[in-house]
Design a protein around this ligand. Structure first.
Ligand SMILES: Nc1ncnc2c1ncn2[C@@H]1O[C@H](COP(=O)(O)OP(=O)(O)OP(=O)(O)O)[C@@H](O)[C@H]1O
Length: 220
């Protein structure tokens, strides 16, 4: 569902921070993306999401060559991807419930068809007490969980999560990993960018994509 062929990326006039990146993400697969701080994990996720254009090479998403797509086509493809950004990107004027329900509203779903589902997911991620809170009063970990719930609510074909357990304690990190594992079992391909070795050890069979020295090394 994702294919990179000899992709290179530089920001502005700087040197390439990613070089000759080639890999595929198969449907229903589970992988961690790791590597030192500044290695380019977020950049790679942005390339997969087609929010950055590679300086060279070919990227395809859901079997469509990214270079051939119009803006509207990219928007349509992105709807099939759930994303947990490192900086959460919650809308401050909407409640936790409204933030999580937003992707369903945008898809034209009727509130009565999803209300119970949104509330259940918010309870599952431990935000049952904060359903009506606005993001500015949530802690970092609570915002992170709201962002995760928003990415999961649409049951995406592909989930990209950037340090999704960076702001929570180890117990909650394990619980969230279980949530990602369940999503994977139900058919979603999952990519989790993380530094957290303990988290990766909980899912030893997952593939590891390791960035270092501008290159990607894959451990099946
Ligand atoms: N918009 C940008 N313009 C210029 N340079 C950038 C930009 N975004 C990232 N970089 C640089 O690209 C490199 C890779 O950054 P990136 O955020 O992808 O790394 P990362 O592996 O996700 O890091 P971390 O683990 O610290 O989040 C870094 O050297 C960073 O400074």
């Amino acid at each position: 569902m994702v294919r990179f062929e000899n992709v290179g990326l530089r920001y502005g006039m700087g040197g390439e921070i990613l070089k000759d990146i080639s890999f595929e993400i198969e449907p229903h697969s589970f992988q961690f993306l790791t590597g030192p701080s500044g290695a380019g994990k977020t950049t790679l996720l942005r390339l997969i999401l087609l929010s950055l254009k590679p300086t060279r090479g070919l990227i395809s998403l859901f079997n469509r060559d990214a270079a051939q797509l119009s803006k509207d086509q990219i928007t349509d493809l992105r709807r099939r991807v759930g994303v947990v950004f490192q900086d959460f990107r919650l809308l401050d004027h909407l409640t936790t419930y409204e933030n999580v329900a937003l992707p369903l509203r945008v898809r034209g779903r009727d509130e009565s068809s999803y209300r119970a589902e949104v509330v259940e997911l918010l309870r599952w991620v431990g935000l049952g007490e904060h359903i009506h809170a606005l993001p500015p009063v949530l802690s970092g970990g609570e915002k992170q969980r709201a962002a995760i719930a928003r990415a999961l609510i649409v049951r995406p074909e592909l989930l990209l999560a950037d340090e999704p357990t960076g702001n929570v304690d180890p117990t909650l990190a394990r619980r969230l990993l279980r949530l990602f594992a369940e999503l994977h079992k139900s058919g979603t391909a999952v990519v989790i960018a993380t530094h957290d070795l303990a988290l990766m050890d909980q899912f030893e069979t997952a593939r590891r994509l390791v960035l270092g020295d501008c290159r990607l090394h894959i451990y099946e």
